[in-house]
Design a protein around this ligand. Sequence first.
Ligand code: ASP
Length: 327
Amino acid sequence: MTTPMLVASRNAAVGFDEGMRLLREGASALDAASAVVRIVEDNPEDHTVGYGGLPNLLGDVELDAMVMDGRTLKAGAVAALKGFRNPVLVARKVMEELPHVLLAGEGAARFAREMGFEEAELLTDEARRIWQERLTASDVPEDVARYYNHMRRFARDLARDPEQAAKDAGSGVMGTVVVLARDAQGNIAVATSTSGWAWKYPGRVGDTPIPGAGGYADNRYGAAACTGRGEMAMRAATARSVVLYMKMGLPLWNAAREATIDLYALDDEFANVLTLYAMDAHGGHVGFSNQPGRTYVFQTAEMDAPEERPCTFVDADGKAHIRSQDM
Ligand code: ASP
């Protein structure tokens, strides 16, 4: 018997009670991780995930999600799914019912309907208000050239002053929920879900539904998942990299640092925040980021509540810092 645990992005804490209850009752890591993510998807106050998520450039909420089971290395995912509030559950069905890993757009919606998921309006009044305010502030670009400039400006502001840039961008412009779970049998799973970057180009898909980029789980070594600029995690295969570095013999902390260092090799004028969350097969856990001030949450079955921990910040020289004053 191993001690069940959850490791996650901070916004997942609202689902930890339920996730822990399930794990304590003997549920699988996959069930627990999906249950936590589902609660975040249903939370209208979280503007980065599921119902209440901020929309794309045109005002449509497009959702990405994935599950991966570290016992079988099976994965299921949906991308750019519109009109269903729990993409993580649809992703799970893709894994279970189809010989495929990823369904996108119309096909994903058709499949969700076939599986009996109920259609729902995802754009809440609050999310519509935020979107419209940004439109009238006229910095939401409606064509490709302006979109490109807008993203570049944001990346530059962020490089100059990360805290101010995040404030200027408004709440919930970026964000994803990622949950890594380990159950009493020692099985490990990952579940992820996001509405992607607010005002994203229609059809844009990030790392969240891509196994190996936004999440990866392998019982033999551990699991990892990412939040932040998904394009970076896709190009560097960040979640898989962490697990592969462990397979090649690095301890968890060094594996996560190495995967963060890899991000600096990306030639990327839109370079931005990328945070990774990882656990090894023995219950070790870390958060790492290429930006200071990030945190993650974890809880074992022996704890009463989740605890928040600082992520280790790795700078462009590969130096690792924990800036506890940023907590
Ligand atoms: N990783 C997500 C994406 O690129 C968004 C985020 O976590 O901020 O879609």
